[in-house]
Design a binder for this molecule. Sequence first.
Ligand SMILES: [Zn+2]
Length: 254
Amino acid sequence: MAKKKSKKSTTKTKRVRRRTWDPVQVAEQYAPNVATAVGLDVLGLSEDQYVELLRDVLVSLIGDRVTKPKPETLVNAIKRNEKKVMPVVAAKLLEMIPEGKLTAEQLDFVMSYIGPLVIPFAQRLYREAKRLGADPSPLQAAWEEAWRLRGEPGPVGYCPKCGFRSVAPDGSCMVCGAVLDDEELRGAVEFDSKFKAFLEEASCSELKEALAKGSLYAGHASLHTAPKSKWDVEVLLRRADREALREALRLRCS
Ligand SMILES: [Zn+2]
């Protein structure tokens, strides 16, 4: 029968095989067992919560399959795509559990798996880690990885309070929320060593420009007279810095 039909495929109604089952329903039905099979029972959620946690992930793994997949097929798909799927599951968990209610096991899971999706959640996770007395270093690893994967350099300075490379251009920390004073900000962006290099390497016009503007922008590797990326941190020059600029001008540019 099927073969016959394909012969006259130019006729108007081309038979499309349709599925006779609802992927959302299947996802919901499978979710609790799939959760156990991939080791998510450490999260200690209720059955309904596992359904909420995994519904969208399972629906997207089901994709446009026509034949209803077996639960094991989806379990294997999760295991195969762990690096992509688990961050989504971790982010979903954070969406489901209000701040302050995360258990130590849940926090541990999220810090280990959120990876590339950590950036918007970092402040909350840092607070949760403090509340639970958990070691935030897995969070720091995720933070670094997330910026690396974004393909942009990200924050320049290391925060003296939490140790993350998370100092925003306005001098506040994107992870622990600390607001750095001038001295801390200079330390965070390693102003002194970069300024020493600037004095030696900047052109005469850059030295003059810095002196006229009264500030320099700290990037990852060096100082500039104007910001080179949106992450560069403006540092106001002190009297001693201006003296050093004048001295460099006198030595090199007169
Ligand atoms: Zn901080």
